[in-house]
Design a protein around this ligand. Structure first.
Ligand code: FPP
Length: 260
């Protein structure tokens, strides 16, 4: 058992048996998560949707901690899509408030654990008080290098690609002959961050919902019926164990070759 997992994983539990199945030398470097099902979780309990989001923020805390302890280097969380603006005003306001509370309470945890927070998406239209908190925590954690949490806010995969094209067109030093996939990636919000190896989606929907469209070209996809507020460390461990059973070929015929 890794030292960082001692006391976190109960001896004799299902979690322990999953940890024992993991090969810590073949962990995904980057895990991306589409956190879905908060509304359904609340509906099942006859509670307002916002209760689902509140419960979902507890899952965020547990999954961030688990990734850090396991040794995942990058965790992307789809917290607010560009399409989410279509929701009722009250629900939108609650989502931003939950995020602001999360940042105010968790900043010390992020610093203590050497975690970095980085926002991806368009900061425009995000409430000013939330932007200030985000920028404060980004600055506070910018030199941390244990786990990078990429928080996708007002994020859309297609907009990210359009934004990249705009930046390319505005770059006087870039010649079209030198543009290739690696170079293009450098104009995305995720420049210098490896592509996700594993994409997890909760609540059983079989869609990618405009998340990291460019970056997930070769990601392994794991979809679970579990609703996001019910998603706990054992579900993450299960996804990691299943990930390690996959043969990643990147178009090659040989298994588990490196992606170039
Ligand atoms: C999807 O559930 C979830 C979201 C749109 C937002 C995710 C937000 C949180 C987990 C809470 C706060 C975030 C942080 C980072 C602290 P849904 O509402 O689409 O569920 P449904 O499909 O069942 O309606």
């Amino acid at each position: 058992m890794l030292e960082s997992l001692e006391g976190f994983i109960k001896p004799g539990s299902e979690e322990e048996s999953l940890v024992n199945q993991l090969d810590f030398n073949r962990l995904p470097r980057h895990v991306a998560v589409i956190m879905d099902g908060n509304g359904r979780w609340a509906k099942k309990r006859n509670r307002p949707r916002v209760e689902g989001h509140r419960a979902g923020s507890k899952s965020v805390r547990e999954i961030v901690e688990t990734c850090g302890r396991i040794g995942i280097q990058y965790l992307s969380l789809y917290a607010f899509s560009k399409e989410n603006w279509k929701r009722p005003k009250k629900e939108i306001a609650t989502l931003w408030r939950l995020l602001e509370d999360y940042l105010k309470k968790e900043d010390k945890v992020l610093v203590k654990n050497n975690f970095r927070l980085k926002v991806i998406g368009q900061k425009t239209s995000i409430p000013q008080s939330v932007i200030e908190e985000l920028e404060r925590v980004e600055a506070l954690t910018k030199n941390n290098d244990r786990l990078t949490i990429l928080l996708a806010l007002n994020y859309g995969g297609r907009s990210e690609i359009v934004d990249a094209v705009k930046r390319i067109m505005e770059d006087p030093d870039l010649k079209s002959d030198s543009l290739d996939e690696a170079k293009f990636s450098q104009y995305l919000y995720t420049a210098d961050i490896p592509d996700p190896d594993l994409l997890i989606r909760t609540s059983g929907e079989l869609r990618v919902s405009n998340f990291l469209l460019w970056q997930i070209a070769y990601s392994e996809i794991w979809i679970t019926e579990e609703l996001w507020p019910d998603f706990r460390k054992k579900h993450l461990l299960h996804a990691l164990v299943e990930f390690q059973k996959r043969e990643r070929r990147f178009g090659d015929i040989r298994p588990n070759v490196e992606h170039t």
